[in-house]
Design a protein around this ligand. Structure first.
Ligand code: MN
Length: 601
């Protein structure tokens, strides 16, 4: 029976040997056994082999610095390749030498060594090389090159890293072969983790291809060491969606880089104050990524837009980041306008898109629900997200079968409807003061990362929210103008004048409060609230008010009164339009007459 042996790395030292392990040796003329150019030893018994015989030997004793006693196991040998994937490296490999075929993902010149992020399709590792402080090592290597590298595995602050010892250029054929292998491995690894939904839903089933595509793009970005930016609307629904995706991808980023710190280098989540991907936010995202690209040799980012991104007002910002080769996927439930072949206008510019309207659904499947389902496709082991869809739905006032099923799931996790309502109000409150801050820890707790702290936060904040609302109602009731007809009630309120600038509740919220108040007061009638300021109007109405569509109304103003510079959007029954101050009275009049017109139809 042949003996399985391992060929020792040519650069290995005597300290790299393991007792009792079997290695391949070559018999020298003087009877000693050569394991590599540095290491030789003598056999325990008389050497009966001829010069240059290959022989299997096990290590019996190591007398440092260079005495080595070996036991011969014969010449019938089977050489085992010490093959390992980068993802399989562990702390026990420290001090060992390995060769890998890799793609160079990043090159970062520090003031000390040069850092290379290398990916063999299974995972990534940082390899350092040092010639002189700040001087580029291996100047012949470039990003995206496919090479064979030899690494010495080391440990740095508890994580594994490597020293890049040498690199070998591959011929074109070989390099093509490796590239194809890496690509197919990437494709395989970015397939969805699982493919079922938390709830029964035809719309979700019809969206499956879209969900797979978004999940794939996100997984691919992680595996390619592409930085990820999550941009979500700064309301309860948007936060739920952003955090669901975050809880799925952070563990994957850490595993891929085998480094806890990677979550800070390769991931960022920022709320957007506007209900669309604002040009300012796109500019901020670009400024930070261009800096990271120049400073750390990072790739162009993947931008994930959540509860934003589907509509025509998002397109300008999306096109801008695309100019810089960013990737962009959208998870949204705002009405994207005309749908042709399951595609909206924005699909021309983005890499993947989940939106219920693409398959005939509507906003009742909110962004937080969709993102939670996408999160499960990305990472089947994702923790602590199953109650987020219900919370998102409460925040966005959804209803329907799916929402009810999500409520049941949340209920079984200890989140009843009342508590969800309280949390959602608190998130709105926090979101208001956090504005655009990247606020990972704070919101995470409010969203149940730590249930104990969550309870305490809700207790603290909710009392304050209630008090503020109570006070606000005094002002609302006093200054509200109500226009009442047979079937219709229109509430008209200058919401900017009845709030303190920058304080909670903000004007949009006050419009919602007014709507709630009027609906209780006029349960038999169609109710619509028009809250306005000097250059905006926010509208809230009930879903039974069919025929009213804020997007169509804005289109009509744009055509008939282009000089008002009116713009905006939202859902059919909640949204905001803005315009120049000079046009306020005219736009307001138009809106009121539009409402009366469609109410009579
Ligand atoms: Mn939403």
């Amino acid at each position: 029976m042949s003996v399985k042996t391992e060929k020792l790395d040519p650069d290995a030292k005597i300290t790299d040997l393991t007792l009792n392990k079997v290695y391949l040796g070559k018999v020298l003329r003087n009877g000693l056994i050569l394991l590599n150019k540095n290491i030789k030893g003598r056999l325990t018994e008389t050497n009966t082999y001829s010069e240059n015989d290959s022989v299997a030997v096990s290590v019996v004793k190591i007398n440092y610095p260079d005495g080595l006693i070996l036991k011969s196991l014969g010449t019938d040998i089977e050489i085992q390749e010490t093959k390992k994937d980068i993802s399989m490296l562990s702390i026990t490999d420290v001090g060992k030498y390995y060769s890998f075929y890799v793609k160079i993902e990043e090159i970062n010149q520090t003031s000390g060594p040069t850092l290379f992020v290398l990916n063999d399709g299974s995972g990534a590792i940082v390899a350092k090389a040092f010639v002189k402080p700040g001087l580029r090592a291996f100047p012949e290597l470039n990003k995206e090159h496919i090479v064979k590298v030899k690494l010495l595995i080391k440990e740095y602050q508890g994580n594994i890293e490597a020293e890049l010892l040498s690199s070998e250029k591959l011929d074109e054929k070989e390099s093509d072969r490796i590239m194809k292998k890496l690509e197919s491995e990437l494709d395989k690894k970015s397939l969805p983790a699982q493919m079922n939904y938390l709830v029964k839903s035809q719309v979700l089933l019809d969206l499956t291809d879209n969900i797979i595509n978004v999940a794939k793009e996100i997984k691919k970005a992680i595996l390619e060491s592409r930085p990820i930016i999550v941009r979500h609307h700064a309301d309860c629904d948007g936060y739920c969606g952003g955090v669901a995706i975050e809880r799925a991808i952070l563990p994957l980023i850490i595993t891929h880089h085998r480094d806890e710190n990677a979550q800070w280098h390769y991931y960022k989540r920022c709320p957007s104050k506007t209900p669309f991907y604002d040009y300012i936010d796109a500019t901020k995202d670009l400024v930070s990524t261009l800096k990271d690209m120049a400073r750390f040799g990072m790739k162009e980012p993947l931008i994930i837009l959540i509860d934003n991104g589907s509509c025509s007002e998002d397109i300008m910002a999306i096109r801008k980041v695309k100019i810089y080769n960013a990737k962009c996927v959208v998870i949204d439930h705002h009405n994207p306008g005309i749908i042709l072949n399951k595609k909206a206008e924005v699909d021309k510019y983005i890499d993947a898109h989940v939106n219920p309207y693409l398959v005939g659904g509507n906003k009742n499947l909110s962004a937080g629900m969709l993102a939670t389902e996408v999160a499960r496709f990305i990472n089947k082991d994702v923790l602590n997200i199953e109650f987020l869809p219900a919370l998102a739905g409460i925040g966005d006032r959804c209803d329907g079968e799916e929402f009810n099923s999500y409520l049941e799931i949340a209920g079984s996790m200890g989140y009843d409807r009342g508590y969800l309502k309280e949390i959602s109000e608190c998130i709105d409150f926090e979101a208001h003061y956090l504005k655009f801050l990247d606020s990972r820890g704070l919101v995470d707790d409010l969203l149940g990362e730590n249930k104990e702290i969550q309870k305490k936060l809700v207790n603290l904040l909710y009392q304050d929210v209630l008090k503020r609302k109570d006070e606000q109602f005094n002002a609302i009731k006093h200054y509200l103008e109500v226009v009442e007809t047979d079937k219709l009630v229109i509430g008209k309120l200058n919401v900017a004048d009845v709030t303190f600038k920058g304080d909670y509740p903000p004007p949009g919220k006050v419009t919602g409060l007014t709507q709630d108040y009027l609906r209780i007061k006029y349960p038999e009638k169609k109710v619509i609230t028009v809250g306005f300021g000097s250059d905006f109007i926010t509208i809230r109405t009930q879903k039974e008010f069919t025929g009213f569509n804020i997007n169509l109304m804005i289109k009509e103003i744009e055509t008939k009164k282009p000089y008002t510079l009116c713009d905006g959007g939202g859902h059919e029954n909640a949204g905001t339009l803005k315009f120049i101050e000079a046009a306020r009275n005219e736009v307001l009049e138009f809106v009121l007459s539009y409402i009366k017109r469609v109410a009579n139809n």
